[in-house]
Design a protein. Structure first.
Length: 196
């Protein structure tokens, strides 16, 4: 069976943020409130215990803006995230050699809005979103990776992860796979070229 090429989304394929179209002051409030003050709440969202509607309702109250207005910005930003066409085509070229899986710690709106808008499912054999899996990539020593390797009967030693997270790369190496950490010097396109 073919090895698996696991590719992360945020910080690896895409650098855009949800709510990025908000005025700077409001955007910074959202980031501080949701990902610092309410970090545990945000993690519950990323594990499928909250919905995008619930989170945007809470943020609308926090910012003092109408829910419909904030929701509209949120959905439009989710649908307009940018991924390099060159990188997507490079992934497409590797599908003969690898089973390609987009694996992301993300939220329901990624699967609801971003994936269809960018047609990401046409470049990957599977999309794994923590929202629906209920676990993060490093949880239980990389259990999610082991589950996919087993599902596809893929050899771990020639399977690869491309991710910007040092912790995720270390987790994948610990189970016997090859890890390519995305940095400013060695971006996703660089790592994909090494796999042809």
């Amino acid at each position: 069976m073919k090895p698996i090429l696991f590719i992360d989304f945020d910080g690896t394929l895409c650098h855009d943020r949800f709510w990025r179209s908000l005025p700077t002051e409001q955007y910074e409030k959202v980031q501080e409130f949701l990902f610092v003050e309410k970090r545990a709440y945000a993690e519950e969202w990323m594990k499928g215990k909250r919905t995008a509607e619930e989170v945007n309702q809470l943020l609308a109250e926090q910012l003092g803006v109408p829910f419909e207005e904030l929701w509209g910005i949120f959905v439009r930003d989710a649908e307009a995230m940018k991924v390099s066409q060159e990188v997507l085509e490079a992934i497409g070229k590797l599908r003969d050699k690898y089973t390609t899986i987009l694996i992301t710690v993300n939220i329901d709106s990624f699967s609801r809005f971003t994936v269809p808008a960018l047609k990401l499912d046409s470049y990957f054999d599977a999309i794994s979103n923590s929202y629906y899996e209920g676990k993060f990539k490093s949880d239980n020593d990389g259990e999610i990776f082991r589950d996919y390797l087993e599902k596809y009967s893929a050899p771990v030693s020639s399977s690869v992860v491309i991710d910007d997270s040092f912790a995720v790369c270390e987790t994948f190496k610990a189970i016997g796979g090859v890890a390519c950490q995305v940095t400013t010097e060695e971006d996703t396109a660089f790592h994909l070229k090494t796999l042809y």
